[in-house]
Unconditional design. Structure first.
Length: 291
């Protein structure tokens, strides 16, 4: 597994800028636009440097691993940005490249932003709705991407971590009577990865069927070190598998670790790769045959 980090660093150097990322396959969450806002679906997004905003037609951008490396696992990534914008390159494209190096299919979620300029959206309504829809869309299209429906996870950075919290712990069940096949699907992630998640929407308690979790942040992050500690405690109380890495330094927004001069932060993605391997997410656990 040590080779994965070196490969990620090489891939990071090849990450495209905001203009070229659109070469990837982009799928709107709703064919006719978000419910209640269909008339805004054709409004163009704004993108510059590292960010994207003015999102009125929420979507998934698909990053597929090489066919000979794909292992059936998948993850929906929710970039951060304070619900004002999406830190799209370093918290969307960069982790997508890393997951691809591990054989994981990636869907980067562009969710609606409740704090964007003159935004008509509410975080706890519309970002949540986009998160549920993203998970249901991936599960309903799993066969098209050779995805194992038992290994579909969700990853969030900062504000994106709040989207994950809203989706991961309640409201999973689909509507079996819905005329939309996507909405019939279960939205529950099979695992979650929370990278300095925001402080809102952490549940007071979680149930024993919550998805296993990987949590990471820096202790000197004034905003988002406490949330992973709170999540850890709730996971421990529920006796659900959880792994937490709280680094001494790194502050907020260390992304995939390449923007810090700290070896611990530089190498945190390798801890994630190890956890994905140990948790049988990269490859399903084989049942022992008794002789």
């Amino acid at each position: 597994m040590k080779k994965h980090l070196a490969l990620f660093k090489l891939l990071f150097l090849m990450i495209p800028g905001p203009l070229s990322v659109h070469a990837q396959t982009v799928i709107p969450l709703w064919a006719n636009g978000a419910p209640g806002f269909e008339n805004r679906r054709n409004e163009p997004e704004q993108a510059k440097d590292y960010w994207v905003k003015n999102i009125h037609n929420p979507s998934l951008t698909i990053y597929r691993p090489p066919a000979d490396k794909a292992n059936g696992a998948a993850v929906v990534i929710c970039p951060g940005g304070g619900h004002r914008l999406l830190v799209y390159n370093s918290e969307g494209v960069a982790p997508a490249k890393f997951y691809n190096s591990l054989g994981v299919t990636v869907f980067i979620l562009k969710y609606r932003l409740g704090r964007d300029t003159l935004s008509p959206y509410k975080i706890d309504v519309h970002a949540r709705q986009d998160g549920y829809r993203a998970m249901r869309w991936v599960r309903s299209h799993a066969s098209e991407f050779a995805i194992d429906t038992n290994r579909i996870g969700m990853m969030g950075y900062s504000a994106g971590g709040e989207v994950v919290d809203m989706v991961a712990f309640s409201g999973w069940k689909g509507d079996p009577k819905s005329p939309d096949a996507v909405d019939r699907e279960n939205a529950k992630p099979n695992f979650i990865v929370q990278v300095y998640p925001g402080p809102s929407y952490i549940p007071e308690n979680i149930t024993s069927d919550a998805p296993p979790a990987f949590l990471v942040a820096a202790n000197d992050d004034a905003c988002c070190s406490l949330p992973i500690i709170q999540l850890l405690q709730r996971y421990r109380e529920a006796k659900v598998p959880v792994e937490m890495h709280l680094y001494a330094r790194g502050d907020h927004a260390f992304n995939m670790g390449t923007n810090r001069k700290l070896k611990s932060i530089n190498n945190w993605p390798q801890r994630l790769a190890d956890w994905l391997d140990d948790s049988h997410i990269l490859q399903p656990e084989r049942k022992k045959v008794l002789h």
